[in-house]
Design a protein around this ligand. Structure first.
Ligand code: GLA
Length: 386
């Protein structure tokens, strides 16, 4: 059964009635455009087929309940919370994500009703595939649906991001939430974070005899969050030193001069952001021209830049990328925030097994846990299932 069917069944088992509705939102991979979102830059994610679903009904009072499903059974694993009592950084289990969304909607003056919500998910967690953004986005559209209110998707994305920034306390950008909400099947989403404008770029790897493999290293290094905040802060300092609002305002033509003006520890950050925006543009140009194979070189260059200039890769990600390339992948790179999580590899469909085998063998040789490997097909964004 898919997550939406499971959530509905668990809701019936727990509450003895049909839910008012079922909503779901996908995880994502980012094809290219990493650590550019909080610099007002360019990103190119696509949605995964794996989704978080939530079955939900309004309640007569203003209480929220959050349940999950374990072994087909609903588990009400969190305390009941009154909408009016929600306060940032007071919830320390997974329900901080949906509770944070209710809080962020309320902050915008939306009359969030009390509701029973039951969640299911097949998005791998801790894999850098945005399972938390999927929870946030599914919750946001469910609560808006129950409230009978509509918001434009860019605004829903900001609600979900605010939940994560202020309620949970993770200073992420808006890449993951926008991808989960606005991606469409068969396409990558070319998003300009500065304007919120997005374009759907056809990306049907399979029809072109290609596959995108996700290689989940299954490691997640403890310093990921502090290093993320550190890079973000570094970019802010660099922008300030250069007298620009964000690093988006540094053009490739200005880069050499900017690097000269900046302290040695900030110059490589700016170099990554400026060149990564250019790589997104180049990738979009090639995809639009139907030249899917030629994007491999940009994926590779992106990884090098994240590894050497931005310094957010790790040994396991480098190993996965290296093994994939040596086994014939056209291009490979880490995806998401880094310090663990997943890499992606673009490969000829008939090289798929060789690439997967090489990654597994490389991990085995170093006594690492076997990576989880699957093919990623660009899928639909968030929506109501029933
Ligand atoms: C994480 C964050 C995103 C983005 C990426 C890096 O996934 O949640 O906002 O910054 O890292 O591109």
């Amino acid at each position: 059964m898919d997550p939406a069917g499971q959530a509905a069944a668990a809701f019936r088992a727990t509450h003895g009635k049909e839910p008012d509705g079922v909503w779901s939102a996908p995880g994502r991979v980012n094809l290219i455009g990493e650590h550019t979102d909080y610099n007002d830059g360019l990103v190119l994610p696509f949605a995964l087929p794996q989704r978080v679903a939530v079955a939900a009904s309004r309640r007569a009072d203003d209480v929220l309940t959050f349940g999950t499903v374990r072994d087909g059974q609903a588990v009400n694993s969190t305390a009941e919370r009154r909408v009016a009592d929600l306060q940032p950084k007071t919830v320390d289990d997974w329900s901080a994500y949906p509770a944070g969304v209710a809080w962020a909607l309320r902050e915008r003056g939306i009359d969030v009703p009390g509701a029973d919500l039951i969640f299911t998910s097949n998005v791998p967690t801790g894999a850098g595939l945005s399972s938390s953004a999927a929870i946030e986005c599914a919750t946001a559209i469910a609560l808006l649906g129950l409230a009978g209110t509509d918001l434009p998707l860019p605004e829903v994305a900001r609600v979900a991001q605010q939940a994560e920034n202020d309620f949970v306390g993770m200073p992420c950008g808006i890449l993951d939430q926008t991808a989960s909400l606005r991606c469409t099947a068969g396409h990558a989403l070319f998003l300009d974070v500065c304007s919120s404008e997005a374009d759907h770029v056809p990306f049907d790897a399979m029809a072109n005899g290609l596959e995108v493999l996700v290689i989940d290293t299954r490691v997640s290094h403890a310093l990921a969050e502090s290093e993320y905040a550190d890079r973000r802060f570094g970019c802010e300092r660099a922008a300030k030193a250069l007298g620009v609002e964000s690093l988006r305002d540094v053009s490739p033509a200005d880069l050499a001069q900017a690097e000269e003006e900046l302290p040695a520890e900030l110059a490589p950050l700016v170099r990554h952001v400026v060149t990564e925006n250019e790589r997104v543009l180049a990738t979009v140009r090639h995809l639009r021209a139907g030249e899917l194979r030629s994007i491999g070189t940009f994926l590779n260059a992106s990884h090098e830049s994240l590894r050497d200039d931005y310094r957010v890769s790790c040994a396991e990600l480098d190993l996965a990328v290296e093994a994939a390339r040596q086994a014939g992948a056209i291009g490979a790179r880490m995806t998401g925030g880094g310090f663990g999580g997943s890499a992606i590899a673009l490969a000829e469909a008939d090289a798929r097994e060789a690439v997967a085998h090489a990654a597994r063998a490389a991990f085995r040789e170093r006594n690492l846990r076997e990576p989880r490997i699957f093919s990623a097909v660009p899928s639909a964004g968030a929506g109501r299932d029933r």
